[in-house]
Every structure is written in structure tokens, then in C-alpha cells.
Ligand binder design. Structure first.
Ligand code: F6R
Length: 570
């Protein structure tokens, strides 16, 4: 994962400003961070980004990095930037060099000395003593895997930037340039950007930039400047955590989405609807929460008479046979999830049509799609997907409604606020679950993907093992794990008698059954207007429950251990 930022400006700026821009990418990883400048100074630190650490010294050119560890432990030595043996070249890297072991052995035999255990350090050593531009084609020929790299040379106010696989974008500010993993890093400075394509190289100085396509040699490349609009990053306001702020934003974010789908995104919606109509089947590709939203999407489309499937992105190629009659729908909050991008690369090469639902505009997934919808949730800072999960589900329900699934979207979103009336009750339940070792979440139909989504939230934020299951599957094996006091959350929309039978079965075996139900059955009341609103509201109640359990346990809610918001490695 990792976030990288490079800055080259006409006038000197403070090193602290460089780290402030880097901090905007902290959601990409927060194990360690570092900064190098063109005077040859390098500073590295373990832990979350602290802007004050670089001091207020003035610099003209910097590269910075926030790390999510892949190769090598979380140590200062493994933090970026990395240098060559002479210390005159410094690099930051996002991605993974897959043939790292063989290159390292080769370089070791040539006499290079390594200061870290990382794959990234090899990049600095490769360019040691060489002309950078001349060495780019051989670099691309030799280094396999994914990389977005920023490189500086001591004494030169320029940044060499190149990428394959991992994202990279150039922001054009008034008095200089910012290179970064995504537009968040500079959206406070400029609304103009140049996106790197695959296998591109650029030299960015304080007075201008040049792009080249890397194709065995360097071919000059004409680039378009894209004007972008992005909702400015918001603060936590009065909330203790972003996660709670983002849950509380759900009613507003869902209204914003519907307004946008009916107005400014109408053409995109029509385009996707027509792609769906012309396809024989739909295949969603997504990871994590976005995959769970897609499991609901399948069911909505089925009710509109459309055959749909969902495949987890990292296993996409093993589970599908895609042909030209298939429409692939990529679902991704960040639009930068490497597993999703990899899957899309595979099918794009075969000319298959791609539609997408994304939250971050101008992201790689969006740019790879023939048609896209923005889910308009606004920036989500907490690692856990909350408001974006809900808006993904709503966007899918909206499309299905245009294809014939009879449903009133406004009546669905109109009741979301009522979940917050249950907050005190949810908090009480959370207290009783804080010491749980395992939690089971059971659902059927629309509630099944929600059961999986709640279990995922519980695992990532509360560190409690949780399983979200089809209620009907329990008796085929997992039932043997139910003991006296095992917490089992049952998602029971009105009229679902089968889930009630399952609840009785587990209660009879001593389980601590917690009902999420729209009838007065104890537990947590979901005042829904139907099955679609029930599923979204049960997910919201699960998000609140997760939040309060984690708070009870004193965990780092917005930045759970080992995770990052944007998963840009395979
Ligand atoms: C869970 C969560 C992750 C993401 C997954 C996909 O709360 O946030 O499971 O849903 O990493 O990310 P996107 O949607 O950005 O492709």
C-alpha cells in the first residue's frame, strides 16, 4: 500500500509542509514515515505521521513516504526514503517488486550494500552512478511487479517519477508541482492534475515537466491536464472518531447520492442501464465491504430479471469465464484496490465492457471503465467502510429499480435516521460483547451479505473473531461451535420466519441471541419500511455496535492494526 508525495516548488517551503501533504495520504498506511530533500538530508520515523518531526527548515524539493509494511518489519531502517550506496540518490516507492530476491542477490554480488530488508531499496541501487532517464527502459525491463517511484538526486531540484501498476498523479499548483499516489495529497492546493498511464516516466522540475512513454526506449508523450473537483477533506468536527462521524453522515450522504443520480449523473446512469440491458449477464468484481455490497447487487438485479454474479477480485480469474456478452461491474470505494485493477487489466485486454461504482473520482478503476457512477459519499477517512458501503448498496438498488425492480428509493433512505434512536441500546449491548471471543452473525436473502459485512466490521475494528453466515448453513456444521453464552446476532426482517427458527435452534443450545429485528422482539429494533431499508439499517446498527465494542476495549478505531484504507498491493 503506502502513500508517496514529491514536491518541487519555485520558492523554498518548509519540510513540515511536505509532511502535512503526506499526512493527507495516511489512510494508505501508517507504520512509518520519512522525508528526503535535495540537500541530501533524510529523516525516518516509526509510527503515525507527526508533521512536526521534520522541523521548519526550508527546502526546494522533497520526497516523502508513509508505509504499510510488505517486505521487512516496521523499523526505522525499513522506512522510506531509501538511498543507493553513495547516498546521492533517494527514492520512495509504492508497490511490490516481485522478482526482488533474484535482483537483490545479483546486486549483492556486484558489491552493493543494503541498509534495509525492503524490496524498494533495490530501486535506488539500480540507478547508482547512472543517468536516470537513460536507465529507465532497462529498469522497466528488469523490475517485475508494481511500482510508483519518486527519485531525487542530491543537489538537483527535480523529481524523476515513473510507474507501472501502482497509481501516480501530478498536481499542478500555482508555484510548483506535487507528485502523489492520489489527488487527496494536493486537492487543497490545486484542482488541476495530470494522471500517469501505465509505463510512463516524467521529469518534473520547478519550471515545468516532461512525460515519456516507456516502450523499450523513451518516447515523448503529450499529456492532458484534467480539472478535478473533490469535496475538501473534513475534520472530525465534534466527534471523537471519524468512524462515528461517517456513520452519522449516512442519511445525508444517501440523499446526496439519490439527488445526483437523478440529476447530474443521469447520463451515466442511463449509460450503465443500457450496458446492463445489452449484456447477457453481469459480473461484479470487488473486495471486502465492496464485495458484500455486490452480493446485495446480485439480488437486486435478480429481482429485475437480470442474471448477475459477484467474484472476489483477488480470485477473479479462477472463477470466471468472461466473454463479450458479459458486463463487468467493478465496485470500489477507493478505485485503487490492486486486486480489482488486476482483474480489470485481464478483461480489458479482451475488449469486455467495464462499468464501475467508485467513491474517489479520477481513480484508476474509474479511468479504466467505459461508464461509471460516483457514489457521492464524500471522503471516508476511517479505515472501516461505513457510509460508502451504504451508498454502494443504494446505487445498485437504484439501477435495479430502473431495470424493473419495483421499489421506492426515497422511502428507503427516509427512515435511516431512526437507527440512531437505538444508539443507547446498542451501546449497552456492546458492553456485554466486549469480552466475547467469537460472534456469529446470521442472515438470509438480503440480510446474508449484511451478516457478512457486520462480521467483517467486528473483526477489523474490535479484533473479535466473527463469522457472517447464511442462517440455513449453520446446521451443516458450524452449529457445533455454539456453546453456553456464544453471542449470535440474528438479522430478522419482518416476515422472515425461517431466521426465527434458526434463532430458536441456537437459543436452545445456550447461545446469547441478539435480534436485529423490525418487530418488537427484544434486541435492537430496526424501524425499516421493507427488506432493502432493513438490510441497510441493520448494517448501520452493526457499524454502531462495532464502534461501541471497540471503544469499550479502548482500541484505535479509525486506524486498526495491520490495515490501511486503500489496499494498493496484491
Ligand atoms: C472494510 C473495508 C475493506 C474494503 C476493501 C475494498 O471495512 O473497508 O474491506 O472494503 O479493502 O476497498 P475498496 O472498496 O476501496 O476497493
Amino acid at each position: 500500500m503506502c502513500g508517496i508525495v514529491g514536491m518541487v516548488f519555485k520558492n523554498p517551503f518548509s519540510a513540515r509542509d511536505a509532511l502535512t501533504s503526506l499526512k493527507r495520504l495516511e489512510y494508505r498506511g501508517y507504520d512509518s514515515f520519512g522525508i528526503a530533500d535535495s540537500n541530501g538530508r533524510i529523516q525516518k520515523f516509526v509510527g503515525e505521521i507527526d508533521e512536526t518531526k521534520a522541523g521548519d527548515r526550508l527546502v526546494n524539493t522533497t520526497i516523502t513516504h508513509t508505509r504499510w509494511a510488505t517486505h521487512g518489519n516496521v523499523t526505522e531502517a525499513n522506512a522510506h526514503p531509501h538511498t543507493d550506496c553513495t547516498g546521492s540518490i533517494a527514492i520512495v516507492h509504492n508497490g511490490i517488486i516481485s522478482n526482488f530476491s533474484e535482483i537483490r542477490e545479483e546486486m549483492k554480488a556486484e558489491g552493493h550494500r543494503f541498509a534495509s530488508e525492503t524490496d524498494s531499496e533495490l530501486i535506488a541501487h539500480f540507478f547508482e552512478g547512472k543517468n536516470i532517464a537513460d536507465s529507465i527502459p532497462p529498469f522497466f525491463a528488469k523490475f517485475k511487479g508494481e511500482y510508483a517511484v519518486l527519485l531525487i538526486k542530491k543537489g538537483e531540484d527535480a523529481i524523476y517519477a515513473f510507474k507501472r501498476g501502482s497509481p501516480l498523479v501530478l498536481g499542478i499548483a500555482q508555484d510548483g508541482y506535487v507528485l502523489a499516489s492520489d489527488i487527496y495529497a494536493f486537492s487543497d492546493r490545486t484542482g488541476n492534475a495530470v494522471f500517469f498511464n501505465e509505463d510512463e516516466f516524467a521529469v518534473v522540475g520547478k519550471n515545468g515537466y516532461e512525460f515519456y512513454k516507456v516502450n523499450g526506449k523513451l518516447e515523448p508523450s503529450e499529456k492532458q491536464v484534467t480539472a478535478f473537483k473533490w469535496m475538501a477533506e473534513e475534520t472530525k468536527k465534534d466527534y471523537e472518531h471519524y468512524m462515528m462521524k461517517e456513520i452519522k453522515e449516512i442519511p445525508e450522504a444517501s440523499r446526496r447520492l439519490l439527488d445526483s443520480l437523478e440529476a447530474e449523473q443521469r447520463e451515466s446512469v442511463e449509460s450503465i442501464v443500457s450496458l446492463v440491458r445489452n449484456a447477457k449477464r453481469i459480473v461484479f468484481v470487488a473486495s471486502g465491504s465492496s464485495y458484500h455490497a455486490s452480493l446485495l447487487g446480485i439480488q437486486f438485479l435478480r429481482r429485475a430479471g437480470v442474471e448477475a454474479h459477484a467474484i472476489v477480485a483477488s480470485e477473479f480469474k479462477n472463477f470466471t469465464l468472461i466473454d463479450e456478452n458479459t458486463l463487468v461491474v467493478a465496485v470500489s470505494q477507493s478505485g485503487e484496490t490492486m486486486d480489482v485493477i488486476e482483474a480489470l487489466h485481464g478483461i480489458k485486454a479482451r475488449g469486455v465492457k467495464i462499468a464501475s461504482l467508485v467513491n474517489v473520482p479520477y481513480s484508476t478503476v474509474q479511468r479504466m471503465s467505459h461508464s461509471h457512477i460516483n457514489i457521492c459519499a464524500g471522503q471516508e477517512v476511517a479505515v472501516a467502510a461505513t457510509k460508502t458501503f451504504v451508498n454502494q448498496v443504494l446505487a445498485m438498488a437504484y439501477i435495479a429499480s430502473l431495470l424493473g425492480y419495483a421499489m421506492d428509493m426515497r422511502s428507503v433512505t427516509g427512515v435511516f435516521n431512526s437507527v440512531f434512536a437505538q444508539e443507547a441500546r446498542i451501546k449497552d449491548v456492546a458492553k456485554t460483547l466486549a469480552t466475547a471471543r467469537d460472534i456469529y452473525v446470521l442472515g438470509r436473502g438480503f440480510s446474508y451479505p449484511v451478516a457478512r459485512e457486520i462480521a467483517l466490521k467486528l473483526k477489523e475494528i474490535t479484533y473479535i473473531h466473527a463469522e457472517g453466515m447464511m442462517a440455513g448453513e449453520l446446521k451443516h456444521g458450524t452449529l457445533s461451535l455454539i456453546e453456553q453464552g456464544t453471542p449470535v446476532i440474528c438479522l430478522a426482517p419482518k416476515g422472515d420466519n425461517d431466521i426465527m427458527s434458526t434463532a430458536h435452534e441456537v437459543a436452545g443450545r445456550g447461545a446469547n441471541v441478539i435480534m436485529f429485528s423490525d418487530e418488537a422482539r427484544g434486541g435492537i429494533k430496526i424501524d425499516s419500511t421493507g427488506k432493502v431499508s432493513f438490510s441497510v439499517m441493520a448494517a448501520m446498527a452493526g457499524q454502531l455496535l462495532t464502534y461501541y465494542i471497540a471503544r469499550e476495549k479502548g482500541l484505535p478505531i479509525d486506524k486498526p492494526r495491520n490495515l490501511a484504507k486503500s489496499v494498493t498491493v496484491k
